[in-house]
Design a protein. Structure first.
Lengths: 204, 204
């Protein structure tokens, strides 16, 4: 098994955070996004959508999409469970993971891809107005998450899950999008301090 | 258990398609989106994000996000399995479900929300240029799916999964976005004919 991976992009980081919480290491093959290695015709065999990360299984199958890779890792390394411990909790993890993806991560990503000069070639057409429209939506998502986290350790109370990892990656990716968490969202900032002490926070 | 639901929106349809393939019925409470019933302060108790569908469990917990609801139904009604039958297949189902969501569904949704005059009040700001930018991206996704489906019955070969349900809902939602599948994508059109004979196709 090996993982096609890159240094700085948020989705590869999600998988590395997940592996760090599992205490699992998978051999990594570095794909240099800056030189466009993922766009090469040879890479289409690994992922026809030309994106990382991709997990290659020993039978040659390729699993792309970060959450699909994490789900496979959960199956082969069940402890500690990060997708929930029973039917109800697994559904709530899926719900919170998606709320963070759709509510915060997607808006931060759009603000970055459509607003950052360094993305002008990769994102065609780059629409500044769309970048700007996503900034208040990201702030709305932060307010929603701040209110939810008030009085809770993690998104699912005392249970740490992949939804917190998604939030960590989205939160830290705000810097690239020139967004930041307003001081008034104290519960969200305290959550970021708390997760900073976990194995996932330093995974790269 | 009961399901807060609406008539015409694509995400509630996803859950109904899933239930139809399971042969399961859950009592439905109709939420009238056109009169804005989901925006009412009372509805925040059910889903603070003011969206349907939402599954209410007997213990009072609320599960929103279509795929989270489907995952819960899969846990309590495992047959037939629609999220995969083993670790490898479950990862591939997650991958294909996300490829359809991110590759087609999100672009169709953006073309609709930012392009349709009927969405001008709900989608603030409505950005026509963003709607237009999503139309060729939806076409790219159709070409990718057409090539993949060539020689296959379903997205995962002979195994029918939730990823096919997501594609059905995204495909049919194209009409609302004034998009259509070009005739040259014969494998995708044949797939739509094939799924048309299944229980999910007529679920509402």
């Amino acid at each position: 098994m090996k993982l096609y991976d890159s240094d700085w992009a948020p989705n590869p980081r999600r998988v590395q955070c997940f592996l760090a919480e599992k205490g699992v290491t998978i051999p990594r093959i570095h794909v240099d996004l800056k030189s466009g290695a993922h766009l090469h015709a040879d890479f289409a065999r690994i992922n026809p959508l030309h994106r990382v990360p991709v997990l290659e299984l020993d039978d040659g199958a390729h699993i792309s999409e970060s959450v699909a890779i994490c789900r496979y890792v959960e199956e082969i390394h069940p402890e500690p469970p990060l997708f929930g411990r029973d039917a109800r909790e697994r559904a709530l993890v899926e719900m919170w993971n998606r709320r963070v993806e759709l509510g915060l991560f997607s808006h931060v990503g759009a603000a970055f891809r459509h607003g950052h000069p360094g993305m002008a070639v990769a994102e065609q057409p780059q629409i500044k107005e769309w970048a700007e429209a996503n900034r208040p939506k990201a702030l709305d998502a932060m307010r929603f998450l701040d209110r939810h986290l008030d009085g809770r350790n993690w998104l699912l109370d005392d249970y740490f899950s992949i939804a917190d990892i998604t939030l960590l990656v989205a939160f830290d990716f705000m810097k690239a999008a020139r967004l930041s968490c307003p001081d008034e969202y104290g519960a969200l900032i305290a959550w970021r301090d708390r997760i900073g002490a976990r194995p996932c926070a330093t995974a790269r």
